[in-house]
Each structure stands twice: as C-alpha cells, then as structure tokens.
Design a protein around this ligand. Structure first.
Ligand code: ATP
Ligand code: FE
Ligand code: MG
Length: 347
C-alpha cells in the first residue's frame, strides 16, 4: 500500500510518499518540505494570506518531486491524503483541493486527514508501537495529553486553558527580540543560560487534572524582563533558561498526572509519546525520558524532522485510515477547527 500525503495547514508546504510493507511497518519513500519561514519572518509570525498564496505557488512542483523521489507514477498509488484541518483555512483548501484533483484524475481514494491525528500517529510510523499509548501533543497551536486507543479513538485527558506551549515559546522569543520561529531560538539561548537566576512560576503544578496554563508564566517573564531592561545577552539567555525550565517542570508534572488518569481509564500504555514541534526540544525530551523510565515506560519521540509539520505524517495517517477502509468522498470539507476527539472513524 502506498499513499501520497499533502500538508498545507500552516507555514510548511509538504508532500511525501509512505508505503506499508507486509509486516505492517511504514516506510518513507520520499519526504519533500518547503518552509515559508523567510516569507513570514518580517512579520514575526505567520500571515495567513501570504501562507495560502505560497502554498499555491509550490504545491504542484512539490508533488512532482515527491513522486519522482519515490520513483513512482501517480497510477501506482493506493490513496491520496491531505490534511483537511485544523489550520489556516486558505492553506488547508490548497492542499485538500490538490488532493481532490489528484484523486479525481487517478480514480484513487481520497483520505481527508486531521493534522493532529497525523502528529498523534507518527510514533507508529517511526517506532511501530501498538495502541494504547499516552500522547503529549505540544505544537504551535495545540497542547494536549491524549489517550490514543486506536485510529480515530482519542480521549483527551487534559489540555491548555490558554496558550499552546509552542505559542508561548514563540511569544517569549518575540518579547526578547529573538527571531521567529521562537522555539529553537529560545532553546539555543537557554543552553547558555542559568535556569535558576529568575524565579518563574510553575502554573497548575500539582493540580489533579492534567491541564496546562502558560499565560501567567509568560507574563511573569515579561515583568522580569521589564524590571531589568535594557537586557544584556546574558539576561536574555538566563530568561530563556528560566522559561524553558519552568515549562519542562510543568510538562513533566502534568504528564505524570495524565499517566495516572490513563491507567484508571485506558489500562496500561505501551509508551509515552511526545509529538508536535515542541517535541523537538532536547531538554524536554530528556526530562520526559526520565519520567517514562521512572514509570516503566519507553519514551517515543519522532526524529526532529518529523516533529514539526511534514508530509510523511499525513501520508502515514492516510495509510492507517485507508487500511481500515476509512476513506472520504470529494465533498470532504476543509476545516479551520477540528478537535482530535471528533476524528472518529466515519462510515
Ligand atoms: P499545530 O500542529 O498545532 O497546528 P503548528 O503546525 O504550527 O501547530 P508545529 O509545526 O507542529 O506546530 O510546531 C511548531 C511549534 O513548535 C512552534 O511554536 C515552534 O516554536 C515550536 N518549536 C519548534 N522547535 C522547538 C524547540 N526546539 N523548542 C521549543 N519549541 C519548539
Ligand atoms: Fe503541526
Ligand atoms: Mg508549523
């Protein structure tokens, strides 16, 4: 089984081909990605109109490249998948419409994939793990702890009540004058800094429900930064280190609580899985590894290139759905909002 996957929900245009071998494992046959970072950098964030136009300009070429590098003709595919949301609607329409056109001309089934489901299932592509597992999904738009019980079977245990973690990283970076996207910049600065110089809060620590809150932490950091302004290079590094340490402590605590909730409702998880762009953070990965070990679990986190948005995860989610017979027709809508729990198997 071979599926082409298209991703256009945010500021990355991506196309990839993934195949399924007889042993049930996925193989990335090609994985093309074009980031629009340079086009948005001047604005300090993603501009939806610019994003949609940029997707239109490159998507055809990217599909061609993905097929060439996989060494396959469109007729050799078994399905065509695209992220149908959630995301910036102009971009989502570009990818989904392209997939519909390809499905129509080739006669292959269309799979309208939920972008969050694709992040959630990536660990099965990279590590072949079985259901159920506990997923920490931390990206630019989402922060959730989810019991992943099967394809289309997701139980949300906790989520952020304000900012997503990636969003908080991006806002802190902006506040400190670091370039966009902020996550990797803050991480780089934090490596040089002293995490203990600033006493920043650990919001919701110890609370019984595994929810997150990031906005108070972000405000506390802003107040510290204003108090000591103008900021030296050293100050910036120390603020980044303090912020990252507070986030990591919070995530570990919240994930520990979610593991308890998981065991009460979904049984024993096969693994702790970290996904989404923030899962690229090395300090966070190490802390989650310790937590997993201490809980008798394995931490599964995708390789860096599969943490952020990519086409391979969409193609893989397409395979996961296609092999269960879950395909969509050409009227499948593009969705700006599409909660993971509403991604149930459709008849
Ligand atoms: P969503 O998946 O919720 O729709 P998105 O697609 O924008 O949002 P991703 O591309 O999965 O999210 O992740 C991007 C986010 O990850 C950005 O907010 C970015 O700052 C953050 N990020 C990337 N690398 C790191 C890092 N090393 N440390 C912390 N955050 C990071
Ligand atoms: Fe994403
Ligand atoms: Mg992104």
């Amino acid at each position: 089984m071979r599926v082409l996957g298209l991703e256009t929900t945010c500021d990355e245009t991506a196309a990839a081909v993934v195949s399924l071998s007889d042993d049930g494992r996925g193989h990335i046959r090609s994985d093309e990605i074009l980031s629009q970072i340079a086009e948005h950098a001047a604005y300090g964030g993603v501009v939806p109109e610019i994003a949609a136009r940029a997707h239109v300009e490159v998507i055809d070429r990217l599909v061609e490249r993905a097929m060439d590098n996989a060494g396959l003709a469109l007729s050799e595919l078994d399905g065509i998948a695209a992220a149908a949301g959630p995301g910036l609607i102009g971009g989502v329409i570009v990818g989904l419409t392209t997939a519909k056109a390809l499905a129509l001309v080739t006669g292959k089934p269309l799979i309208a994939v939920n972008h969050l489901e694709a992040h959630a299932l990536t660990a099965r592509l990279t590590d072949g793990i079985a259901f159920p597992y506990l997923l920490l999904l931390a990206s630019g738009g989402h922060t959730q702890l989810v019991a992943v019980r099967g394809v289309g079977d997701y139980v949300r245990l906790g989520a952020t009540i304000d900012d997503a973690i990636g969003e908080a990283f991006d806002k802190v970076a902006k506040l400190l004058g670091l370039p966009y996207p902020g996550g990797p910049e803050v991480e780089r600065e934090a490596l040089k800094g002293d995490p203990e110089r600033f006493a920043l809060p650990r919001p919701l620590l110890g609370r019984p429900a595994p929810d997150f809150s990031l906005s108070g932490l972000k405000t506390a950091l802003r107040i510290e930064a204003e108090r000591i302004a103008p900021l030296s290079e050293r100050d910036v590094s120390d603020l980044c280190a303090g912020f990252q340490a507070a986030v990591v402590d919070t995530v570990v605590d919240r994930t520990r609580v979610a593991l308890r909730a998981f065991r009460e409702t979904a049984g024993h998880p096969t693994a702790l899985v970290a996904a989404g762009g923030v899962a690229a953070n090395q300090t966070l990965r190490r802390a989650l590894e310790r937590l997993a070990r201490e809980s008798g679990l394995r931490l599964v986190a995708p390789p860096l290139r599969l943490c952020g948005d990519n086409g391979a995860m969409i193609a893989w989610a397409g395979i996961e759905r296609l092999r269960l017979g879950l395909v969509d027709d050409l009227s499948a809508p593009a969705r700006a909002r599409w909660p993971l729990e509403e991604t149930g198997p459709r008849p």
